[in-house]
Ligand binder design. Structure first.
Ligand code: WTA
Length: 651
């Protein structure tokens, strides 16, 4: 295991603490520390109470059945996620409350009330039904951050179809792989999306992706009005707005789903080249998402909640759509880049909409730091009352900057550790109760039992690093990997019996606070995006000039990690700048821009152990310019010297 001892020793010196202010505590949803003990003593009762916040067509009878590693929650219950996120609010005073405040990158705006959202979702559900989509069918969605995205998701949920959203930054090839794996017959996409004033050609990518796949129908949202630039294939492609026009305006009867019916698939990277379709089910996932809004985010009806993630990732699924909407909140949804047209775009929005809770990623905070506080000073941020962070470990310096410059020392910060697989925040403070420390996600949320263990699964002493584990099942845990239950069992439960292994290293300080150290497997976290080294390596070796490739994540001041690729070429191939450019482009085409290697280093051979395993740790040391450790196990030690010299040349 590569627990980062260097990082560990710096974090151990972090002892600043920030208790919630009296005024925050006094208004917090949860002020009583006992909630933790109560949930620990009797998690089933705790989770049953939380599930009681949802609306059920038929109440559940058994809270949890745990046949490791398979869990079922809220058995015999019947409910509908879209009904919970939309319809039920229209039966209350929230009917005319804003559900989504949307802003497009060019500056266009839409405010959608719960009642309007209900009508939009119902029309879209009628449309999907008329296209032949049935309960259990998978619908792949490849859209920019426009209102049709949550509408399409909720329409799927309403008819009981399973959505599989593919982030708009993924390439045609990645989209295609996910369509094939999910066996989707229908794709919802857009002509293009806006990013930094440029059009991202989603439909053109989709055209390549769907060839020779099970896709029979492509629904195209006209976002940028690029009708003349795209081709619509007769019999396969149709415009969203034209189909919607034919939809009846009558309410769509929500499908009564079993608690354990699948709500969605979301693909994420793992240690092999093939992405995993993480399976989330209806009642457990929704209970987790909804609970964390009230506990971790202290949500009130008066809040304006702005999560800056893209819905293409789990953070957007849970904290733009299912969490906030199931709780009847108002969310702000933004289409574009934070620096378009100026670097104050987020602050302008916070000011304009009176955002009260802001949830963003450490990489964004470090970018704002780099830009400087002047962009914040032009705007009134006094509406903010709570800040959140997610996606990667936050360094104490970025935490302090967030606290001082954005939170004006007033707002508690909830650092939330979780994963696509966990569905919702697992380690995070309850902001009215827990004193925070810069860089620590603090402690497990109520109902979740966390430990840090050694290779044998024994709890480690305070200050020692180890494997982070989750010891008991929880409602929003993944149920399996789509089509590959063996992979699910091996990846998450293969190492420790009946205990979930997230793949992160962590340590606990003397007060029991948890400090996340980062991934311990071959997954790189670039700006909060999970990228498998194997995926990038297979994209590189697909190039005819490449014999072998090894990819590592080196630390990067802004992105957290950046990708460095070590490549050995075939006989006769030219190792020049043109090849570097081609290889980078090939990764972008095969995966997406977020996986583009920052640098490519050519090497006659890659350093390997005697058992022919590539020494990634050593490559990382080289890329980060550290002194080399023991290299006696290298098959050819001169290789390292050569790599080191070459790396200097590329700097
Ligand atoms: C990392 C994103 C430290 C971690 C919700 C995890 C974090 C992976 C934090 C999951 C945090 C996420 N502190 N590390 N607060 N939040 N991570 O599936 O390595 O895209 O395993 O889910 O991000 O990434 P994913």
């Amino acid at each position: 295991m590569t627990v980062e001892t260097e990082k560990l020793s710096t974090l151990l010196h972090e002892n600043r603490t920030f208790p919630p202010s009296e005024s925050f505590r006094a208004q917090a949803n949860f002020q009583d520390e006992n909630i933790y003990q109560r949930a620990l003593d009797d998690p089933e009762t705790y989770w049953a109470e939380q599930a009681g916040e949802l609306s059920w067509f038929k109440p559940f009878e058994i809270v949890c059945s745990w046949q490791p590693p398979h869990a079922k929650w809220f058995i015999e219950g019947k409910l509908n996620a879209a009904y919970n996120c939309v319809d039920r609010h229209t039966e209350t005073w929230r009917k005319n409350k804003a559900a989504i405040i949307w802003e497009g990158e060019p500056g266009d705006q839409r405010v959608i009330t719960y009642d309007m959202l209900r009508r939009e979702v119902d029309k879209a559900a009628h449309m999907l039904k008329s296209l032949g989509v049935k309960k259990g069918d998978r619908v792949t969605i490849y859209l920019p951050m426009i209102p049709e995205l949550p509408v399409a998701m909720l329409a799927c949920a309403k008819i009981g179809a399973v959505h599989s959203i593919v982030f708009g930054g993924f390439s045609a090839k990645s989209l295609r792989e996910r369509i094939i794996d999910a066996d989707s017959k229908i794709l919802i996409t857009a002509d293009a999306g806006w990013r930094r004033g440029k059009q991202i050609p989603l439909k053109a990518n989709a055209d390549i992706a769907v060839e020779e796949t099970p896709i029979e129908q492509v629904v195209v949202v006209s976002r940028v009005g690029a009708e003349s630039n795209i081709t619509m294939k007769d019999g396969r492609d149709a415009y969203w707005h034209e189909l919607i026009k034919q939809s009846p305006t009558t309410p769509f009867e929500p499908e009564q789903m079993d608690s354990e019916d699948i709500l969605f698939l979301l693909y994420t990277s793992g240690t092999t080249g093939k992405p995993k379709g993480i399976v989330h089910t209806t009642a457990g996932y929704l209970t987790g998402a909804n609970t964390s809004m009230r506990t971790v985010f202290d949500l009130k009806d008066s809040d304006i909640f702005f999560c800056t993630a893209d819905i293409g990732w789990i953070t957007g699924h849970t904290y733009i759509v299912y969490g906030p909407l199931s709780a009847g909140a108002t969310v702000v949804m933004y289409e574009g880049s934070p620096d378009y047209p100026g670097r104050d775009r987020f602050w302008e929005m916070v000011d304009h909409y009176g955002v009260t809770i802001l949830y963003t990623a450490p990489t964004s905070i470090r970018t704002f730091m780099k830009w400087g506080p002047q962009y914040l000073e032009q705007h009134d941020l006094s509406s903010l009352r709570l800040l959140g962070t997610v996606g990667e470990p936050i360094n104490p310096e970025a935490w302090m900057w967030y606290h001082e410059h954005i939170g004006k020392k007033r707002c508690p910060i909830v650092d939330t550790w979780w994963q696509t697989e966990t569905g919702c925040a697992m380690i995070a403070p309850l902001p009215g109760i827990v004193e925070t420390k810069p860089g620590s996600a603090t402690r497990a949320v109520p109902g979740i039992e966390i430990d840090i263990v050694d290779e044998q699964g024994n709890s480690v002493d305070a200050k020692d690093g180890g494997y982070l584990v989750i010891k008991k099942p929880w409602p929003s845990m993944l149920r399996t990997v789509w089509g590959d239950d063996e992979r699910f069992q091996k990846t998450y439960f293969g190492q420790f019996k009946d205990t979930y292994l997230p793949g992160d290293g962590a340590h606990r300080d003397e007060q029991g606070y948890i400090w996340i150290l980062g991934r311990i497997d071959d997954v790189i976290n670039v700006s909060g995006h999970r990228i498998g080294t194997a995926e990038v390596e297979s994209a590189l070796v697909a190039h005819p000039a490449v014999a072998e490739a090894a990819v590592i994540g080196r630390s990067d001041a802004i992105k957290g990690q950046a990708i460095t690729a070590f490549v050995s070429v075939r006989e006769g191939a030219r190792t020049d700048d043109a090849l570097i450019a081609e290889l980078k482009q090939s990764v972008v085409e095969k995966i997406g821009a977020m996986a583009r290697p920052e640098e490519i280093i050519f090497s006659a051979e890659l350093p390997k152990t005697r058992s022919a395993k590539i020494m990634r740790r050593l490559l990382r040391d080289i890329a980060e310019g550290r002194v080399l450790g023991d290299t006696t196990t290298l098959a050819d030690p001169t290789v390292v010297e050569e790599l080191k010299a070459q790396y200097k040349d590329t700097e």
